[in-house]
Write a protein that binds this ligand. Structure first.
Ligand SMILES: NC(=O)c1ccc[n+]([C@@H]2O[C@H](COP(=O)([O-])OP(=O)(O)OC[C@H]3O[C@@H](n4cnc5c(N)ncnc54)[C@H](OP(=O)(O)O)[C@@H]3O)[C@@H](O)[C@H]2O)c1
Length: 288
């Protein structure tokens, strides 16, 4: 079993895994695993569970004890029993005895008090079906409220060069102070950030002889101490992403990346209650 502190610096994302032609993607997943990537994030929501079903084939080909499996509760929790029902669906589909981390996809999925959901997750830890407790897409107040009752181990949230909201509202600092590992999704904004050719990224890519995406990942991992979840089923890009951590930039250059802002994203108001506005999980998709 993999401990929280033994996770590789990059996690495996699964959005847009090609479940209809999985034989093409499975080799890439095995390649990531062989290179050391040992955190796998799964969402039953993707293609109505089809991606998770295919993932069983991947897990069957590797050592289950050497992969850390994170799963998400979604899309709706109506009653407390739904928590274990949804977890059981993952266990059955993947034919595994426990998951390593269980988290909600966002506070908005719960129709019952979130604190009750988390007390139930804690019960599932106590009976051995879950090892660690995670949370995703909540704000600082919600995180504090839950963490004061049920100790949180992992926080999954959007963070990249252009979307620094979780830093602005104090979640990154709170996670650091409370030993909660922050994992970011959409670190490359699905390659949209690099496509914008920001002068700073172009300059640093030339200076260090790296790609713009490698500059972004290096800063996220080495400077911000955040584990990015990246989806790639392209072996060249998987290696490119892994190589991104093997160099150092100057403190001045890290500072420039720290200070980088994109006003477009800064101006988006997040609808934390899911009342029809932009929810936090939609932030990174707002602009091309
Ligand atoms: N909790 C949440 O609300 C939430 C929300 C969104 C995502 N997630 C999780 O986080 C994971 C990562 O986010 P994401 O997949 O949305 O975005 P991402 O990892 O930023 O981008 C993935 C896309 O970028 C491409 N890519 C990967 N490395 C690249 C590189 N070096 N150069 C150019 N293109 C590259 C991939 O294509 P190829 O495969 O062709 O390389 C894929 O199309 C997801 O897969 C999912 O598991 C969670």
């Amino acid at each position: 079993m993999i401990k929280k502190e033994d996770l590789y610096k990059i996690g495996i994302g699964t959005w847009k895994i090609d479940y209809e032609n999985f034989e093409n993607d499975i080799d890439a997943l095995i390649h990531s695993y062989n290179k050391g990537e040992n955190y796998l994030s799964l969402y039953m929501l993707y293609n109505n569970g089809e991606v998770v079903k295919q993932m069983k084939k991947f897990i069957d080909k590797i050592d289950r004890e050497k992969i850390f499996i994170n799963v998400n509760l979604e899309p709706t929790i109506e009653k407390i029993e739904d928590v274990e029902i949804q977890l059981n669906e993952y266990l059955k589909t993947l034919d595994i005895k426990y998951v390593d981390n269980l988290q909600i996809h966002g506070s908005f999925i719960s129709k019952i008090p979130l604190i009750d959901v988390y007390k139930e997750i804690k019960r599932l830890v106590d009976i051995g079906k879950v090892r660690y407790i995670g949370i995703s897409n909540v704000n600082l107040e919600q995180l504090k409220e839950i963490n004061n009752t049920v100790k949180i181990d992992f926080f999954e949230g959007v963070y990249n060069l252009e979307c620094k909201l979780y830093e602005d509202i104090g979640v990154l600092d709170y996670c650091k102070e409370n030993d909660i590992k922050f994992i970011c999704y959409q670190p490359l904004r699905r390659n949209r950030t690099a496509k914008r050719n920001y002068p700073l990224l172009v300059e640093l890519a030339e200076k260090y002889k790296k790609t713009q995406n490698q500059i972004i990942l290096n800063w996220i991992i080495n400077k911000k101490n955040i584990m990015p979840l990246i989806k790639s089923t392209n072996i060249v890009r998987i290696d490119e992403n892994i190589e991104a951590t093997n160099f150092k930039m100057s403190n001045d250059d890290y500072d420039k990346l720290d200070k980088f802002r994109n006003i477009e994203f800064d101006n988006v108001e997040i609808d934390w209650e899911c009342n029809g506005g932009v929810t936090i999980d939609q932030l990174a998709n707002q602009f091309e």
